[in-house]
Design a protein around this ligand. Structure first.
Ligand code: 13P
Ligand code: SF4
Length: 306
């Protein structure tokens, strides 16, 4: 694949001059990998944001990811290349709604998917990502859990724990993953009968049931790499398929549906990264009090995973 190499070199030079680090989620336009220091899923990127000693973090991801990076590294300048990069799932619950949800189900610990705003996180006991949600809920060692905002990830965790934990899930969802239907999976399976289906737990439960493996972005990529199988139907965002095709050229990867594209994740282009670094735009700020309260559940999650 050929990208604008001149621009790539300009970004790399500027990044060094400004002691900046570029974090990119696997759903980003693949050209971003040419300049990124770390590419991965939400958990990996939040761990990298906590560890980095750079002065500037350019986050090629969505708003909640940049906000999480700011909470973890409050003394660093965190930049989101395009302000259009929101997350529709994160916007499905606000401070008032989580407070109402908690009031309706009092004295139950709240597990909050990182795909949420800082205000919502500040009301939670612990955060999770799709790669550690089962472990986080298990570690709490309680009978009941409130899970926000993704109802499908909540249902997936419940099934993995054999119903041992009563998970009361908020009715949020990811519109991108819900565009993948059971019909899409069945049609692809009929077309590629030897293929294994790898799905993200944000998918609808009926899609998850049809999958051979369910896991986060990184888990899906690792499974495809280590498996002895040769053909895979990928039930998650396009970026995962593009990276697998690039990194594992001797295997075949089929995107389950051409609707599995997150428009918000595709907002950033190399030009936006360059402008972000050059003009130090668009800076993400979180009020100090909010940093303190949202940090606790994020740190608790990171501690569970370390
Ligand atoms: P992961 O990076 O945890 O797989 O999450 C997927 C996602 O939807 C990020 O917005
Ligand atoms: Fe949000 Fe879904 Fe896009 Fe992830 S894929 S950023 S959850 S809308």
């Amino acid at each position: 694949m050929s990208f604008n190499q001149e621009l790539v070199q300009k970004i790399i030079k500027l990044k060094k001059e400004k002691n900046a680090v570029i974090l990119a989620h696997c759903y980003q336009n693949i050209e971003i990998d040419e300049v990124a220091d770390y590419v991965g899923d939400s958990l990996y990127l939040s761990q990298m944001a906590a560890k980095t000693d750079a002065d500037i973090i350019v986050f090629a991801g969505v708003y909640f990811m940049a906000e999480t990076a700011k909470i973890l590294s409050p003394n660093k300048k965190v930049l989101l290349p395009s302000l259009k990069a929101g997350c529709l799932m994160a916007d499905m619950i606000n401070l008032e709604q989580i407070r109402e949800f908690k009031a309706k189900h009092p004295n139950i610990p709240v597990v909050c998917y990182v795909n949420s705003t800082a205000e919502v996180k500040s009301e939670a006991d612990v955060c999770c990502t799709s790669s550690n949600a089962v472990n986080v809920v298990k570690t709490l060692n309680v009978k009941d859990v409130l899970f926000v905002p993704d109802t499908y990830l909540g249902n997936f965790v419940k099934s993995k724990l054999n119903g041992e934990v009563n998970i009361i899930a908020y009715p949020g969802y990811c519109p991108t993953h819900l565009r993948i239907t059971p019909k899409d999976v069945l049609e692809m399976k009929a077309k590629y009968p030897d293929a294994k289906v790898l799905a993200h737990p944000e998918c609808h439960s009926e899609v998850v049931k049809l999958a051979d493996f369910v896991g986060s972005t990184t888990a899906i990529m690792n499974q495809a790499k280590k498996s002895n199988e040769k053909t895979f139907i990928i039930a998650t965002e396009l970026g995962v398929v593009e990276r697998l095709k690039r990194d594992v050229p001797d295997k075949e990867f089929i995107l389950v549906s051409n609707k599995a594209i997150c428009p918000n994740m595709k907002c950033h282009h190399l030009e936006d990264i360059y402008n972000a670094l050059l003009y130090e735009q668009h800076e993400i700020n979180v009020p100090n009090e909010l940093i303190k309260s949202a940090l606790k559940p994020i740190q608790k999650m990171i501690a569970i995973n370390s």
